[in-house]
Write a protein that binds this ligand. Structure first.
Ligand code: PEP
Ligand code: MG
Length: 313
């Protein structure tokens, strides 16, 4: 019966008592975006991982080449929200045309937005291409966010570069420093998107690619939940949206908890959207809020999950 319900689900997502939460798709190219638009009730794209377009590119794509690729995603979701992430190259996602120095700890090295200080043209060309693509596809309010931001100065410089081009600037919350200083960051950007995969990795000091550390690399760890809760609360006080785009968003139970924390959108593989949508429709906002308040008091990931299961039946 549940499976039929999931198959029949059409969105938009809301709790049983009608509190809306936007479910968005994570995509990596035009074909994926068209599939997400055709086959799911995604209200938009919450994370376009642009580096995945270039995993085999030996030379830096021209402005025109990049704009063509990005325009496909804007066109697939014409009239809907699209959040483009600037190149998150390095560490687990090396890109051939980006020079990556040999590093002992690439996850803690020159990756994401840090590449821009070594090679500013990488960032400016990409932002020019995103602006061109948004213009060509007639996109309204194109959102752009930077990965792996750690300091307010990085965020402020990125935001200025976006605004010059008519792009709405945001950052990913992946480094605990950003969650801890959310108020300051929210003074310079217009939105946050929490990348729970990296936020968990850096909070728990546990490699996200390590199978041996799976019990540490879950966003159910109370330390991670506390960082998410404080980030979301800061967003609400500032009146700015805070989404989640890591794997946590696709966990139906955790999605309810995140909703209770005040998270405004959840972005996930589009195939996960109906399952999350159905789960949210079975609980009230009050249930989500009490689960959110309780999980941050748990002593372990296991306890946090049990508490949430008990309150979100
Ligand atoms: C994340 O870190 O949670 C995220 C969404 O980005 P990626 O998985 O691409 O690093
Ligand atoms: Mg990440």
């Amino acid at each position: 019966a549940l499976r039929a319900e999931i198959r029949a689900w059409r969105g938009p997502a809301a709790t049983r008592d009608g509190a809306a939460i936007r479910l968005l798709a994570n995509v990596q190219d035009g074909a994926g975006a068209r599939a997400a638009a055709a086959e799911s009730a995604a209200e938009g794209v919450g994370l376009f991982r642009t580096e995945l377009c270039f995993l085999t590119a030996q030379t830096q794509p021209t402005l025109e080449e990049q704009a063509g690729l990005y325009a496909e995603v804007f066109a697939a979701f014409a009239g809907r929200k699209v959040v483009v992430r600037t190149l998150d190259a390095g560490s687990d996602k090396p890109v051939p045309f980006v020079h990556h120095a040999q590093e002992d700890n690439p996850a803690l090295g020159v990756r994401g937005i840090r590449l821009a200080s070594h090679n500013p043209e990488l960032m400016t060309r990409q932002l020019d291409a995103i602006a061109r693509a948004a213009h060509d596809a007639g996109a309204v309010d194109p959102h752009v966010m930077a990965p792996m931001v750690a300091t307010v100065d990085e965020a402020a410089e990125f935001a200025a570069q976006c605004r010059e081009r008519g792009l709405v600037p945001g950052i990913m919350v992946e480094v605990p420093a950003v969650a801890l200083m959310a108020e300051e960051f929210l003074q310079v950007v217009d939105f946050f998107s929490i990348g729970t995969n990296d936020l968990t990795q850096y909070t728990m000091a546990a490699d996200r690619t390590s199978g041996d550390l799976a019990s540490l690399t879950t966003a159910w760890q109370p330390a991670v939940l506390r960082l998410i809760a404080r980030t979301s609360a800061a967003g609400m006080r500032a009146g700015k949206p805070v989404g989640v785009c890591g794997e946590a968003a696709a966990d139906p139970l955790l999605a309810c908890v995140l909703t209770g924390m005040g998270i405004t959108s959840l972005s996930m593989a589009y195939s996960a959207i109906p399952t999350v949508g159905v789960r949210l429709g079975k609980v009230t906002l009050e249930q989500c809020r009490s689960a959110a308040a309780r999980v941050v008091e748990a002593r372990s990931d296991v306890e946090a999950r049990e508490v949430a299961e008990g309150l979100l039946r």
